[in-house]
Design a protein around this ligand. Structure first.
Ligand SMILES: Cc1cc2nc3c(=O)[nH]c(=O)nc-3n(C[C@H](O)[C@H](O)[C@H](O)COP(=O)(O)OP(=O)(O)OC[C@H]3O[C@@H](n4cnc5c(N)ncnc54)[C@H](O)[C@@H]3O)c2cc1C
Length: 522
């Protein structure tokens, strides 16, 4: 049974705006400019909404959902729209939380947690927590603009998730409204009919969920059904994290804050190649690393070619940047020495000077941005954050290189190696001479099949969105995919929430921004 709302609504934008205004939602805009602005996120996809609503109070989200259900109009939530997989675009209504619902409501320093509205920008939360000696742990590269609601939507991570956990590990409790209109979660303080039905579904599918879900940390793709298992406390809030606004809308969240250890030390390890650096990762994970990032000589060359100074690196053509923290330099140096002893590196450097380690981290940060622009053809997202259990990372990287070569494609991988997550932008010819995306499709399908051999996850932190949802059936068996549909039917039976994503997915080559053949420039 399809739970999918129709792609195009039979309701006119004027009726939709009027229905919202009748319910007290006054910041609604169906102008061509606004619809165009919200038709894209940071991905390759473009879907033009009918209107954009910017709720001024949390309760207005309930009113928006009520109107959408009455008129059968799809609803897609949106924070900063920095999603790379088309997670935050949709037909019908786009609901922007960043404009008005952007407040840190309170911080409890003793409990080390903050109560936030969903549109709070990550950097604003850090600013509010810093005077209390606290910070929010996960740190996506987009921290200056991404919202905590969007991080919850995607189960975002970042470089230091190894030390501070993924978004899901940092949610204490939430208040969300499901597609049924039921308000649920640890902050809602009510019993939930949906939770009962999800528990029944879980108990009827233990043999599907236990072997396939929660196998490794960066298994971000699909719904995280492991959180509904009895042995994991049937945690509805945690289950909703990463569901990309397809099951419920987050109204408020309490998130964990951490007190940083005062000393950071960076261990830079050199290897003959990036794949060999990846082979060394499992041995390093026995140590308390906060971050473990991998990159290769191509990134370093790109940074140099861009005119930036590159500090001395240990000899090699592939490197790991491992960060450790502690109360004293003596403590971090002792951990660093143990890391080096287990690393099997050609050469290493232990960097305690903060300026120097910042310069080294800049290679990773600048290189990531420059890598995409260094290829002879334009490079795109679409396959940009797959993850494998770290024990398989080296083998996966070698196979991935082969997949690129076989499809006559190029890309410069790097990433969160300690978590098995590899970032890359690939120079797909998005529109070939026949006006098709044939290579895009064949590469993604072949990569998904190969990734499945390693028990990998299509997404390790960006979520599935429109780019990967169609491929979930290569990662999960048919029963698990059916279970996604059953879960959706419990939480969003009318299929109004972020349609085209996760359940009943749109093909990943539909709605591409570059899907029209371009005329050659004169
Ligand atoms: C250059 C670049 C670098 C990036 N680096 C990282 C990185 O290091 N680590 C990482 O994890 N990600 C990274 N990302 C991806 C992205 O920035 C993160 O996923 C970010 O957390 C998204 O936040 P946002 O506010 O932009 O959310 P949006 O893109 O607006 O939304 C994200 C998802 O959450 C849903 N959503 C939003 N608000 C709500 C709500 N209130 N209730 C329910 N669902 C909601 C949306 O519908 C959507 O599905 C990067 C992106 C870019 C462009």
């Amino acid at each position: 049974m399809s739970t999918r709302a129709p792609e195009t609504s039979s309701v006119g934008a004027g009726d939709l705006v009027a229905a919202l205004q009748r319910r007290g939602v006054t910041d609604v805009d169906d102008s061509t400019l606004t619809r165009a602005l919200y038709s894209t996120d940071a991905s390759l996809y473009r879907v033009v909404p009918q209107a954009v609503a910017r709720p001024r109070a949390t309760e207005e989200i309930l009113a928006i959902l009520d109107a959408a259900r009455e008129l059968q109009v799809p609803v897609t939530m949106r924070g900063a729209g920095t999603s790379i997989a088309g997670n935050a675009v949709g037909p019908g209504l786009v609901v922007d939380t960043v404009k008005h619902l952007n407040r840190v409501l309170s911080i409890d320093a003793d409990k080390q947690s903050a109560l936030i509205q969903p549109g709070v920008v990550h950097a604003s939360l850090q600013k509010a927590a810093a005077p209390l000696g606290l910070r929010f742990g996960p740190d996506p590269s987009t921290h200056t603009r991404c919202t905590i609601g969007g991080m919850i939507g995607n189960n975002a991570c970042g470089s230091r998730a190894l030390g501070y956990g993924r978004m899901v590990d940092n949610v204490v409790a939430m208040r969300s409204v499901l597609g049924t209109g039921e308000v649920v979660g640890g902050l809602a303080g009510t019993t939930s009919a949906a939770a009962d039905r999800l528990a029944e579904l879980t108990d009827a599918h233990l043999g599907v969920i236990r072997p396939q879900f929660g196998r490794f940390g960066r298994q971000v793709s699909g719904y995280s059904l492991e959180h509904l298992l009895p042995e994991h406390g049937r945690h509805l809030d945690r289950f909703l994290v990463g569901s990309e606004g397809t099951l419920g809308l987050v109204l408020e969240a309490e998130v964990r804050l951490v007190r940083d250890a005062p000393v950071r030390t960076l261990v830079v390890l050199g290897y003959p190649s990036m794949a060999e650096a990846a082979d060394a990762v499992p041995a390093l994970l026995a140590h308390p690393l906060v971050a473990c990032e991998g990159l290769d000589a191509r990134i370093v060359d790109i940074v140099r070619a861009n005119g930036s100074a590159v500090p001395d690196l240990p000899v090699g053509a592939g490197w790991l940047f491992a960060e450790v923290t502690g109360e004293t330099t003596a403590e971090t140096e002792a951990i660093a020495a143990r890391v080096v002893a287990d690393a099997g590196a050609l050469e290493h450097r232990v960097v305690t000077d903060l300026g120097e380690s910042a310069a080294l981290w800049r290679i990773r940060e600048d290189g990531a941005g420059l890598a995409a622009r260094s290829l002879s053809r334009p490079a795109y997202s679409g396959w940009e954050d797959a993850a494998v259990p770290p024990a398989h990372l080296g083998a996966w990287l070698r196979d991935f290189d082969e997949l690129l070569r076989h499809h006559d494609l190029d890309g410069v991988p790097y990433g969160h190696f300690g978590d098995g997550c590899v970032h890359v932008r690939i120079d797909f010819p998005l529109v070939d001479e026949a006006g098709r995306q044939a290579t895009f499709r064949s590469f993604l399908e072949a990569s998904a099949r190969k990734l499945a051999d390693y028990g990998g996850s299509l997404s390790g932190e960006h979520g599935d969105g429109r780019a990967r949802s169609e491929l979930l059936s290569t990662m999960y068996d048919a029963e698990a995919v059916r279970l996604f549909g059953a879960v959706k039917a419990v939480c969003d039976p009318e299929g109004l929430l972020n349609p085209g994503v996760l359940v009943d997915p749109d093909p990943f080559d539909a709605h591409l921004r570059a899907d029209r053949p371009r005329r050659n420039p004169p």
